[in-house]
Design a protein around this ligand. Structure first.
Ligand SMILES: *[C@@H]1O[C@H](CO)[C@@H](O)[C@H](O)[C@H]1NC(C)=O
Ligand SMILES: *[C@@H]1O[C@H](CO)[C@@H](O)[C@H](O)[C@H]1NC(C)=O
Ligand SMILES: *[C@@H]1O[C@H](CO)[C@@H](O)[C@H](O)[C@H]1NC(C)=O
Length: 324
């Protein structure tokens, strides 16, 4: 009897909680309007201020994208956009369209296979609104084709917002290389990159990897007190932008830990291949989805990178990794 009752109470409690949550959540919908572009492969940005609410928490989003017109879409929140116009061409500034605090998350490209939905883990979100640091939403759209006389928007994004703060706030951290991949490395070449975590401790949830055409594999490690722990690894030829769970579940990064990554390339060309954003450049990136505590917010809210020069940087150059 007691048992049945507690199940009953439990049920009522959760039903109540679910009701509370649903009455305290809302959506925010934005579109990239149908505009004409002057060229193929245009980059167009749009800024939308969060003017109709003071404070809320982005917990997820749904992206509706016209595959035939869009190469990729990125979604970010900013203290201030770099443009005073609502809509502007952003080919040159792609990826850095903000002044002050910013956070990039979500996003869609033609390799996206996860139903165009993005959800943060349960205890993670981004605080946004007119009374917060993140006052604006910025959409960036890379069109595949020249746009003329379109009548439908190329992309529509529905953000899911909650009134409740989560325990952690989202921060993206990207580990990668600059420099180049030497020529004639048909037996394989591994770039190295490592940084010490000097900030307050954070929780690492998921990761994703990215290379271009001659990149094959990306992996990253957490090194604590000389012990290497694999955070994640993935083959990169499929180019999926999916997020994968950090191996063994979320991990804490503590002040003094070292983060290290390496990417595998096969460069059979007789010329070096440089890292960069262009299609004939390469990239090496291992991105971590992190959560920081609200009291540490002054340390976060910017774009964070851990970068090293290839091929000159090796793990053996790095203090306390020099047993390699
Ligand atoms: C776009 O619309 C204008 C005005 O209706 C028309 O003159 C033009 O031919 C159209 N362009 C294309 C590419 O359909
Ligand atoms: C790290 O290594 C030192 C020396 O071996 C040891 O005293 C310390 O307890 C270790 N710390 C952790 C977190 O394992
Ligand atoms: C790479 O290979 C090509 C063709 O075999 C050769 O001409 C070139 O000198 C090589 N480059 C280096 C840096 O070894």
């Amino acid at each position: 009897m007691y048992h049945t009752n507690s199940i009953m109470y439990c049920f009522i409690f959760f039903a109540f909680l679910a009701m509370m949550r649903s009455t305290h959540s809302k959506t925010f919908t934005v579109e990239m309007p149908s505009i004409d572009t002057l060229e193929e492969e245009a980059y167009v940005c749009r800024v939308i201020p969060f003017s109709d609410f003071e404070r809320a928490y982005i917990v997820g989003l749904h992206m509706d994208v016209d595959r035939s017109r869009v190469h990729h879409l990125t979604t970010s929140v900013c203290e201030e956009a770099i443009s005073k116009e609502e809509i502007w061409g952003c080919k040159i500034t792609q990826g850095s369209n903000c002044i002050g605090a910013s956070a990039g998350f979500g996003g869609w490209d033609k390799y996206t296979v996860d139903k165009h939905d993005f959800k943060f883990p349960n205890d993670l979100s981004i605080e946004v609104g007119s009374k917060t640091r993140m006052k604006n939403l910025v959409l960036q759209l890379h069109y595949t084709t020249k746009q003329t006389n379109q009548t439908k928007p190329a992309a529509k994004v529905v953000f899911e917002l909650s009134d409740y703060p989560t325990r952690y706030q989202f921060q993206l951290y990207t580990i990668g290389n600059r420099g180049y991949i030497p020529s004639n490395t048909s037996k394989g070449f591994l770039t190295n990159v490592a940084c010490r975590w000097e900030l307050p401790s954070v929780k690492a949830y998921r990761y994703r990897v990215h290379t271009h055409h001659i990149g094959f594999h990306v992996e990253a490690f957490l090194i604590r007190n000389g012990t290497w722990i694999l955070l994640g690894s993935a083959l990169s030829q499929a180019k999926t932008k999916n997020w994968y769970e950090v191996l063994g579940g979320p991990k804490r990064l503590e002040h003094g830990d070292i983060l290290a990554a390496r990417c595998l390339y096969i460069n059979s060309n007789a010329k070096d291949i440089h890292f960069g954003m262009e299609n004939d450049n390469e990239m090496c990136s291992f991105s971590l989805e992190l959560g920081y505590r609200k009291e540490d917010h002054l340390h976060f809210g910017k774009q964070f990178y851990c970068e090293a020069e290839s091929p000159s940087f090796r793990f053996s150059n790095f203090p306390s990794l020099n047993f390699f």
